[in-house]
Write a protein that binds this ligand. Sequence first.
Ligand code: ATP
Ligand code: MG
Length: 312
Amino acid sequence: MLYTVTLNPAVDKVIEIAGILEREQNNKIKKVLYDIGGKGCHVSTVFSALGLPNIATGFIGGVNGIKLVELMEEKNIKCEFINVENTNTRECTILVDESNLGSYMVTEAGELPDNRSYNKLLEKIQRDIKKEDIVAFSGSPAAGFSAEKYCEILKTLKNTGAKIFLDARDEYLKEAINLEPFFIKPNKHEFQELIGKKLERTEDFIEEIRKLNEKIEIVAVSLGDGGSIAGIKGKGVYGFIPPKVEVLSETGCGDIFVGGVISQYYLKKDIEEIFRFATAISASKATHFLSSDFSLEQTSKYLPYVEIIKYK
Ligand code: ATP
Ligand code: MG
């Protein structure tokens, strides 16, 4: 079974403004739509689009929690979240106007789960997740959630024996490294922050990736439209370059990339095929506006155009 764990998911409210958004004016709304928010939840959309069995868990609450589950179930994602009483899943507002200058994103911090809900999640992990399962543990918790608690969840996940694919940043990523997840995918900024210095040349990235590979099986650093560099323990370091595409929004590309990697790993594809697919599906995401919107047809078209480099 494929699992995703999202500690601070969201409902994205996308507001389309007629004309150009202006201060101190009445800006008329053309259309409002709701979308799945939260990194792990985006990963789940890739699994379900490919028809792979998967379960999404983490914390939800209130009417927004119900709304999120509805949105996910519409996409055939099985939801088994812990419902945190007296909280409401956060809402992220995305404002788009007709200027073609990109969108505004306004996000809520999210509410902390109480101890009872926290323990329920740990119990659920211990009870349900088996060593043959694969888990995507993606995104940061709500502000104020300690790195100790975050690591406790990661430790509990690791103790199940399942393979852990982690997408985190800042203190959470730093602490998580010591627990040796199977896979990490920092983007360029997150990676440089983790290493604690600016990396200029591709060789600098490769060197740092190789060092991390001593502990972590797969280290993939994503570079936006520059693709990714991935080090695989015992196999070496590769570069994956996407084809040039017409970009609408790069938000969420990382999540779809992670979903692409995990799905192909689950299907037992080889390393080059795994990353070729992840690169193609995340390039397809870049041509769509919503964070978890991509096309499998487009992905198939892009596959042969992904360039693969094997570094010495
Ligand atoms: P997010 O956190 O918003 O999901 P990220 O910053 O973690 O994104 P990126 O490095 O932006 O992740 O993108 C992940 C992958 O998506 C890249 O490695 C690349 O393969 C693909 N990608 C991103 N932007 C583009 C683009 N403009 N054209 C083609 N592919 C892209
Ligand atoms: Mg990311």
